[in-house]
Design a protein around this ligand. Structure first.
Ligand code: IMP
Length: 202
């Protein structure tokens, strides 16, 4: 039997997240009163944040989705590939990019350039999490839920190897090398009911 892993710490409880998402909903509603913005969620990490944020708005909003990937060799350069593009033309529309986390800023910088080139009426970003200390590229972020320290985080949409997205709190991983060696390290502890009966993957 391998020793029990050091469990991840709860960095943000689900209640704290819900409270902050409600505040962001108020602020964004006020900023776009009468405007019907398009919320562009970046898959897959932002799906849960989008679902909660959209229901915290007092204004109507459209949804669209974009999925991008970066090859690991290109990660540090910010060169990414669009895996799934927007369905609708955003020209002349107020656009809000909905991100789960801004880390180096390379991804958001790319998104702002790509979407900005489609001539939206306005372009802004809301991110749930901001690891500001790790920024390589200064990129505008109009709304942020929480500034967090430089730790690898999981839950509330954020994953490691496709796992842990549906954990309700935000967890900070104490030992990333242990998780890299065994991606499902915390699954049994976080989902005890599923222990032993797991099948499939991301
Ligand atoms: P950036 O281009 O370095 O800003 O990275 C943004 C992307 O990296 C996010 O959209 C996430 O997919 C991923 N990412 C960065 N930090 C974390 C983390 O702590 N947990 C999970 N994913 C992360």
């Amino acid at each position: 039997m391998s020793p029990r892993p050091v469990p991840p710490n709860v960095l943000l409880r689900r209640e704290e997240i819900a409270e902050r998402v409600a505040e962001l909903g108020e602020e964004i509603s006020a900023a776009y009163a009468g405007a019907e913005p398009v919320l562009i969620a970046i898959l897959k990490g932002s799906a849960i944040f989008l679902a909660d944020l959209a229901r915290a708005l007092h204004i109507d909003a459209r949804f669209d989705f974009m999925s991008i990937s970066s090859y690991s060799s290109e990660r540090a350069t910010g060169v990414v590939r669009i895996v799934k593009d927007l369905e609708h033309d955003v020209e002349g529309r107020h656009v809000v990019i909905v991100e789960d986390i801004v880390d180096t800023g390379l991804t958001l910088n790319y998104l702002r350039k790509t979407i900005g080139a489609r001539r939206p009426r306005s372009l802004a970003t809301v991110t749930l999490l901001d690891k500001a200390a790790r920024r390589i590229l200064p990129v505008p972020v109009e709304w942020r839920g929480f500034e967090i320290p430089d730790a690898f985080v999981l839950g509330y949409g954020l994953d490691h190897q496709g796992l842990y997205r549906n954990v309700r709190d935000l967890l900070a991983v104490p030992d990333i090398s242990a998780l890299v060696a065994r991606p499902d390290l915390y699954v049994d502890e976080l989902f005890p009911a599923a222990a032993g009966g797991r099948a499939g993957s991301s």
